[in-house]
Design a protein around this ligand. Structure first.
Ligand code: PMP
Length: 279
């Protein structure tokens, strides 16, 4: 049985009932966070909570009344669910309104919903005979506030479906020739031994994993610069990585059906970063 948390209660996920008047359901008026849990311990928990706080502030959704107890609630949910490695999904919507109106009633309470699913460990952790991810490039169809972790993911879903139906596994977005990020990940590339990633802006989500990887690179005395990456840079790169809380760090080996001449896992920088990921 899989447990979730809803309405101040822990209950089997099948028993959760969300109102059709919840603004998350009607408008996508909600934000979320995904927190990986390894051996029952949430990873980079504070960083995720800080980003959730920022998403709430940017959307002016109030903090739920359980805000100060989130760590305890998530800890209990992790214990209730069997898997040792889990992915915690926490969503906060503006709440249930009495009417469907763009402007919300002032006194509504935000809805907090948290669930857990089993986390499949990153297959690139130890496999040497595994190919990198095949991606396709797409013009970024999203809005101008990609820095907010909003649940309105329809553009990402359409883009991913299109990529998968054309034989790719993931998408890399660009705007005006500038690479932004993946459909659910940030991007890094290695060129002449140095590592580059697009700077923080409203066009990308500042990934918790992105920041963790930047810190790891600094600890490893590798050169990391935040600068604009152009489409043409991708085809000159020695390595391209996608990072996210569930992917950790994974290499790209093909873009738009063109195989990249990338380093083997044993010699690649991403492997070094991955080996230090949980230290
Ligand atoms: N960009 C987008 C669009 C994402 O959906 C995600 C994953 N939620 C990321 C980047 C990576 O963020 P994180 O490392 O915090 O999981």
């Amino acid at each position: 049985m899989t447990y979730a948390y809803f309405n101040e209660t822990f209950l089997p996920i099948e028993e959760v009932r969300i109102s059709p008047l919840d603004r998350g359901f009607l408008f996508g008026d909600s934000v979320y966070e995904v927190i990986p849990v390894y051996e029952k311990k949430p990873f980079l928990f504070e960083e995720h909570i800080l980003r959730l706080k920022r998403s709430l502030e940017e959307t002016r959704i109030s903090r739920p009344k359980q805000w100060e107890n989130l760590e305890e609630i998530i800890g209990k949910l992790v214990e209730l669910n069997r898997a040792i490695n889990q992915s915690i999904y926490a969503q906060i919507s503006r709440g249930v309104d009495i009417n469907r109106s763009h402007i919300a009633e002032e006194d509504i309470e935000p809805t907090l919903f948290i669930m857990s699913s089993d986390l499949t460990l990153n297959p690139y952790r130890c496999e040497n005979n595994i190919e990198g991810i095949k991606v396709s490039l797409q013009e970024d169809p999203r809005w101008k506030r990609c820095d907010i972790k909003a649940t309105t993911l329809l553009p990402n879903i359409i883009a991913l479906n299109e990529a998968v139906s054309s034989g790719s596994q993931d998408v890399i977005f660009y705007r005006n020739q500038e690479v932004t990020e993946g459909a659910s990940s940030n991007i890094f590339l290695v060129f002449q031994g140095e590592v580059f990633t697009p700077p923080q802006s409203k066009n990308i989500l500042t990934g918790v994993t992105r920041n963790h990887v930047i810190n790891l690179l600094k600890d490893l005395n590798l050169t990391i610069s935040e600068r604009v990456i152009y489409i043409e840079d991708l085809f000159k790169a020695e390595e391209i990585w996608l990072t996210s809380s569930t992917k950790e760090i994974q290499p790209v080996s093909e873009i738009n059906k063109k195989k990249l001449s990338v380093r083997s896992p044993e010699k690649a920088l991403w492997r070094r970063v991955l080996e230090n990921f949980h230290n």
